[in-house]
Design a protein around this ligand. Structure first.
Ligand code: RFL
Ligand code: PHB
Length: 389
């Protein structure tokens, strides 16, 4: 088989790129290791920045998001049993949209399938060959049979555990990583959200986050030790712990019910450089990871896709190669800022096992400054709603 762009990974990054290219008449094939149902079963991001929302619309898949997504003009921060608000719209003129990654991915799958996009599921043994030449090709097996796809370019959109990043030789690749000494235990429950905006809570028992998917679907997280097993947390234990970590006024309103999903996610900051090697371009979690505290993971994937999509379109439609040549540099410039924000927000809100009395005072001073200082609130708001592409 031959295509213009072979996309490894059918998560949000790969699907969005494929859909955007399709609308410019550029052909692609998406290779996904799992089934569609498996990809849609992952409960992940919930908050979309303006830039992501714009890309979804540009890809022609914004209709349901515009109808069903919740526009949030601000967020609540809690510490010491009280809440204060950061007003995004006042400080930046821009809200965020709460619309789950599952729905984003479903809309993209539907659009690709409606236009007969080439999505190949259940692929195994994907290998990217000759990416540093003018004739790259990708091999994989499916149901025990080997296949080969010749292409002009390869987009590595296969997440943190994919093969694309590993294809870049270690002599060229530099990796920067910070692993946090805790995880997030998350649950999804068919209950009304405790608040109409998100609540990020710093408590002396550890971080908690109250989020949502819709009027009767809530998403909650609590910081937990990495050694915990989600199966050992009963729903009752989870709700009791969440109540202790959020201000009393919110705890009293909390409606609990059975969880329909429960899992633990580790927290990591990670960046690989460069994000391009020859004709291979890395996008999204394949190239970088942020702790979820700033809601940046999916949104940083979107800025990569924006740069790569425009680079490819400029090349195929106008024979201009600058966008592709500068892809890594442009993508990384934005990524490092999102890394800094996610790291800072994680430090602000979590309890660390080795935190000294001095560290705690610093964290508290940071929270008090944020609560009382409009400039600090503006800085948080600008980063949270997303820096420009
Ligand atoms: P994905 O979603 O991991 O998709 C990669 C796809 O590639 C497939 N794959 C392969 N396919 C073929 N061959 C191989 N060898 C392959 N290896 C892997 C995988 O099966 C998969 O389908 O990466 P992508 O597309 O770059 O998307 C990134 C986002 O999923 C991620 O950044 C966000 O979910 C992060 N994230 C959040 N981001 C936000 O912007 N806002 C949020 O509110 C937010 N909350 C979160 C999050 C991530 C979380 N977890 C569980 C890590 C909350 C959580 C709890
Ligand atoms: C979510 O709704 O899953 C969510 C929201 C905000 C975050 C992280 C996750 O910062």
């Amino acid at each position: 088989m031959r295509t213009q762009v072979c996309i490894i990974g059918g998560g949000p990054s790969g699907l969005l790129l494929s859909q955007l290219l399709h609308r410019k008449g550029i052909d692609s094939v998406v290779l996904e290791r799992r089934t569609r149902a498996h990809v849609l079963g992952r409960i992940r991001a919930g908050v979309l920045e303006k830039g992501f929302v714009a890309l979804m619309r540009e890809a022609g898949v914004g209709e349901r998001m515009d109808r069903e997504g919740f526009v949030h003009d601000g967020t609540m921060i809690a510490y010491d049993d009280h809440l204060f608000r950061i007003d995004f719209t006042k400080h930046t003129g821009t809200p965020v949209v709460v619309y789950g990654q599952t729905e984003v991915t479903r809309d993209l799958y539907d659009a690709r399938e409606a236009s007969d996009g080439k999505l190949i599921f259940n692929v195994e043994d994907v290998v990217i060959n000759d990416a540093d030449t003018d004739a790259p090709f990708v091999t994989y097996s499916r149901d025990g049979t080997g296949h080969r796809i010749d292409c002009d370019y390869v987009a590595g959109c296969d997440g943190f555990h994919g093969v694309s990043r590993q294809t870049i030789p270690t002599s060229v690749r530099r990796e920067y990583e910070k692993v946090y000494p805790f995880g997030w235990l998350g649950i999804l429950s068919e209950t009304p959200p405790v608040n109409d905006e998100l609540i990020y809570a710093n408590s002396d028992r550890g971080f908690a986050l109250c989020s949502m998917r819709n009027a009767n679907l809530s998403r909650y997280y609590i910081q937990c030790p990495l050694s915990d097993d989600a199966a050992d947390w009963t729903d009752q234990m989870f709700w009791d712990e969440l109540r202790r970590r959020i201000p009393g006024e919110a705890a009293e309103r909390l409606v609990t019910g059975p969880s329909i999903e429960k899992s633990i996610a580790p927290l990591r900051s990670f960046v690989t450089e460069p994000m391009r090697w020859g004709r291979l371009f890395l996008c999204g979690d394949a190239a970088h990871i942020v702790p979820p505290t700033g809601a940046k993971g999916l949104n940083t994937a979107a800025s990569d896709i924006h740069y790569l999509y425009h680079g490819l379109a400029d090349w195929y439609l106008n024979k201009e190669s600058e966008g592709l040549e500068r892809y890594s540099e442009k993508a990384l410039a934005r990524i490092w800022k999102a890394e800094r924000f996610s790291w800072w927000m994680s430090n602000l809100l979590h309890r660390y096992p080795d935190q000294s009395a001095f560290d705690l005072k610093m964290q508290r001073a940071d929270l008090e400054f944020l609560e009382s200082n409009e400039s600090a609130q503006k800085v948080l708001a600008e980063n949270y709603v997303g820096l420009p592409f």
